[in-house]
Design a protein around this ligand. Structure first.
Ligand code: PGA
Ligand code: ZN
Length: 430
């Protein structure tokens, strides 16, 4: 039972209309697992390689037919006959077949699609909900969502330095209520922007992309939107940012809100923002190789807020290990396709939490209808998910899957709420 009998991949489109890969793994008792791989825009330069065809005649070079044929012609013959439940052996087999540091031969997209599809097929074959299969009987923590309601940086043409402005409804009593807080805030924000004559069309992650003039201007709008719903900023709903600052860093300076700042100056700016607003988390506040800057940021702000490394760590255990030694952050963003197998992702999560840091499971800006991350975050009791705004089906499907899991778990379920946040958010814990 659970022996892989076939593996088949094909090219599909992601939420930006660009090609990606979907793979179906079938096991001998007839169960199947299907997985689709997402794709980033502000990718970290240390990520595992997303293999694209480079053939300018198809999709401007972004086709994924090579990755597809790597699954069908190279990986499939090697893994047919293996047990889909032996995740470690399966993933190691693909890592060895690839043989490169960054999965550049077969492609992290190709490898990951098989890795996840096998896990899903194995869960089906075992007759377990995916979250239980991944995390065991103790899986029951519904995550606090970080909702990206304003899309700047590379995710829109809003002209904002910071890529993501997020609301965190951590003060809600349940996941379902947190979702409602987020939706109502999002709708209030829409009416505020519309009344100002701002565009209310959305960016890549389903958040608005208004041409507001500065970081503070956006944060003021978020506070206004939260309060318009009758909720309280800093009690019911908190704020966060993902600067994705590698995108506005060059030659030692950060081009932030129209000024060229050093790492120290930018950290000082973040400190002021955290004092003025109920910000409880900042991601990629500094650039992916500014290790010294990150340590400064942790010294200045690490006791008060969550400091997340995304492009800094790229879900890579070796980079996280360095970060732990150098105290570069206190949380790690987890994106499966940055590293390319489920097993290595689990290694990174384990290293993160074993060292007392927080993990946040994340989507990518280019997504599909795949909801694997919703099961992963509950399965491992991770407590935080970042899966975009409150519009666009590829984002909403992840929330809808979490609602379904909440329903399944019933009274056994727990909502992570504020408990997963260290620092100043703690002051509001009841
Ligand atoms: P990406 O953005 O998927 O475009 O890399 C998401 C993020 O930076 O968190
Ligand atoms: Zn990020």
């Amino acid at each position: 039972m659970g022996v892989i009998v076939s593996v088949k991949a094909w090219e599909i489109l992601d939420s930006r209309g660009l090609p990606t890969i979907r793979t179906k793994v079938m096991v001998d008792d007839g169960y199947v697992g299907i997985a689709s791989v997402p794709s980033g825009a502000s990718t970290g330069s240390h990520e595992a390689l997303e293999l694209r065809d480079g053939d300018k005649k198809r999709y401007g070079g972004k086709g994924t037919l090579k990755a597809v044929s790597n699954v069908n012609d190279i990986i499939a013959p090697a893994v047919v006959g293996m047990n889909a439940g032996e995740q470690g052996s399966l993933d190691q087999m693909m890592i060895d077949l690839d043989g490169t540091e960054n999965k550049s031969k077969l492609g992290a997209n190709a490898i990951l699609s098989v890795s996840i599809a096998a896990a899903i097929a194995s869960a089906e074959s075992a007759g377990l909900p995916l979250y239980n299969y991944l995390g065991g009987a103790g899986a029951r923590l519904l995550p606090t969502p970080m909702m990206n309601v304003i899309n700047g940086g590379k995710h829109s043409d809003a002209g904002l330095s910071v890529q993501e402005f997020l609301v965190i409804p951590a003060g809600a009593p349940t996941f379902g209520e947190a979702l409602r807080y987020g939706v109502e805030t999002f709708q209030a924000l829409k009416s505020i922007l519309a009344a100002e004559g701002e565009a209310v069309s959305v960016g890549d992650e389903g958040g608005f992309a208004p041409h507001l003039k500065s970081t503070r201007d956006v944060l003021d709008h978020l506070i206004k939107a939260i309060e318009m719903t009758g909720l309280k900023a800093g009690r019911d709903v908190y704020l966060a940012m993902d600067s994705a600052s590698s995108e506005f860093h060059s030659q030692g300076l950060y081009q932030f809100d129209g000024a060229g700042l050093t790492s120290e100056e930018l950290v000082l700016e973040y400190k002021k923002l955290c004092a003025a607003y109920p910000i409880i988390s900042i991601e990629d506040g500094l650039a992916e190789d500014d290790w010294a800057g990150w340590s400064t940021m942790v010294r200045e702000l690490g006791a008060a807020i969550q400091i997340i490394g995304d492009d800094l760590f790229v879900t890579n255990p070796e980079r996280v290990a360095r970060g732990i030694v150098e105290r570069s952050a206190n949380a790690v963003l987890i994106k499966l396709n940055q590293i390319g197998t489920l097993s290595e992702t689990l290694d990174t999560i384990h290293m993160t939490t074993a060292n007392g840091w927080k993990a946040i499971v994340s989507h990518r800006s280019g997504e599909t209808s795949d909801t694997f991350i919703s099961d992963l975050v509950v399965g491992l009791n991770i407590g935080q998910i970042k899966t975009g705004s409150l519009s666009r089906s590829e984002r909403i499907e992840k929330y809808n899957r979490l609602l379904e899991i909440e329903e399944d778990l019933g009274s056994a379920g727990r909502f992570a709420g504020l408990d997963v946040f260290a620092g100043k958010a703690n002051a509001n814990r009841s």
